[in-house]
Structure formats: structure tokens, C-alpha cells
Design a protein around this ligand. Sequence first.
Ligand code: ADP
Length: 342
Amino acid sequence: MTEPVYRIRNLIRRYNGQTALGVDGLDLAPATITGLIGPNGSGKSTLLGLLAFVDRPSEGEILYQGQPARPFSPEIRFQVTLLTQEPYLLKRSVFDNIAYGLKLRKETDRIRQRVFAAMEGVGLLPESFCHRHWYELSGGEAQRVALAARLVLRPRVLLLDEPTASIDAESAQRIKEAALEARDRWGTTLVIASHDWQWLYEVCDSVLHLDGGRVFGDGAVNMIRGGDWIQKSTGLMALCLADGQRIEAAAPAGGEIAAFVPADALQLKAEGAASPHGLPNVLTGTVSRMLLERSTGRIVVTVLVGGLVFNLKTGQDDVRTLQLFPGQPVTVSFAPGAVQWM
Ligand code: ADP
């Protein structure tokens, strides 16, 4: 079996005593693309910082290519690179920014061709851009320069933290293409945190869901946020949604406070189909988004229910049978025992 690029075991990162991220176990294989999806504050940047070895875990370990890696060490810096939403550029020309890493590595042979090729790789015309100063660039151009400065080093691992969040559409497209090309040409392992679900489901080998500092693996999870759960006389917990519908759940064992339903516990029906109304957790909602998960051929369907968002995965045949389309009213159901607490 190929050795994973990363092996994470029992990792915890705390800030001021508060756990920001906990990962029991996670392996990332070489030349794969992993997506990280989750709301703000769910731990995506924390995980990327740890994978980039610019931060240290509070507990546990991350093996890089089978070895414990020294955070901030030069060997790692040449192999693993992180691109953040606000790229950091040196106060120099575009050419010098991209050539910097090569010079550090003393790889000055054919430096001009390599820098120009890296610029072309992100869609920047070398003649127009190479002499520009760092302050003469739009946000999208600066992000492309920052990516070119990393790709010129042919990194083993490229970590992207919301790389297209606040830039123009053309730059975003160039960045997506250049990142994919790195995987295809050099076998670079990519980990991408993004709110662009469509992109992630299209290109990733697996998409991990994070919430509350926990990594939920490949299956989408559906957090049940907001409102107050009430203990019923039956022993079940009940939550009233904004539209008056109700969710019932088995009571948590201890002091858990947040509830979620795994995607594979949800059933989807067309509204009006003979559904067992009267049973708990038969909820009506509206399809808001449908995405193809390229790695499995399944469709990720997002349904809005009374202010909550449910994501589930279904086969293309089911989509045809149910004649699903965005805007369609549907029924989502799950057993009270399927609700889990954390
Ligand atoms: P995301 O990238 O998913 O938005 P982050 O990894 O940035 O999430 O944050 C996870 C949690 O850790 C949040 O609760 C955040 O407030 C906290 N956090 C992140 N960085 C720091 C820091 N440097 N100091 C204190 N708390 C932090």
C-alpha cells in the first residue's frame, strides 16, 4: 500500500484551553485532492495550518511521509506550501516574488523560463506582469502571483485556504486550473478549504465535513442549529423549527449540546408521495442545490427545511425517478434515533 502523505492520530489543537480542532484519525494519500467544507470557525484553517507545519498540535501527532516533521523547518517549507485567502507578497516585483523560492533553493538555472512558465500557468502574461510591483496588482492578480510563487517550486503538497473567496471570476478560474494541473503534472497532493461546494465536489477525491472542530469524514453531516430543545415526557427531545415543524431526537447521554444527523440516515421523497405523516421527523422542505460528486457519481442534494440545511447523497437514478430539481418541494425523513449528539 502506498504510504500516506499525512497520517494524523489523536490530534487536538486548543487555543486558550478551548478545543478548536480534534481529529481522531485521518490519512491523506499522495496525489489526491481533499476538500474541507464547514461553517466559519469549524476548524478548517486550523487543520491547514497544522498540515502546513506552521502550527503545532496541543496533543497527538501528524506524520508527514511516515516521519514526525519539525514545524517551521526548511525541508518542509520546500515541500509543503499553504496559500491563504489574503496572500502575502514580498515588497518586490512580480518576477522577484516568484523567483524568490528558487533563489533560496539555489535553483537559478533557467530561472527566467521557469518563472515565466509559472506566470503563464496562472494566466498572467509574463511581458505585462513581470516588472509590476506588488502594489500594482488587483486582489485576484496578487493571489495568482502568490500561487505561481508556490507552483514554481513544484510542491509535494499544496494547501489552499479559501483561495478564491474574494477575487474576480477569471482569477478564481485560473487558480482552480493551476492547482489541478499541479496534481496532474507532478502528483502534488492538494487539500482545499472552500465554500465553493460545486468546485470541491467536482474535483475532490473526498470531501471532509468539519463542524465544531470535528472532522466528519466523507459523509455530509447536517448540524441542527439554533432553538431550544425541550425534553418530552416520552424521554425524547423535541425542537420546534422556524416554520412550526418539529424534530424529535433520542436524548443525549451526557452533556452534549449540539445535534446532527448523518447524511446517510436521511430519506428523500417527492412531496405528496405517500409519506408516513404523523411519524416523527417527516419534514417538508425545498431542494435548493444539486451537485454531482464526481468521485462517486452520486448527487449531493441540499434541502432547506424550516431554516435548517440538510445535505444528503443520492443516486442519479433516484434523482430521475423523483424528478428532482432545485425549487422542488420534497419530504426529508429520519428516525429520532438517527440524531447524534456531540
Ligand atoms: P475556519 O477556518 O473553519 O473558519 P478556524 O480554524 O479559523 O475555523 O477556527 C477554529 C476555531 O479556533 C474558532 O473557534 C476560532 O475562533 C479559533 N481560533 C482560530 N485561531 C485562533 C487563535 N489564533 N487564537 C484563538 N482562537 C483561535
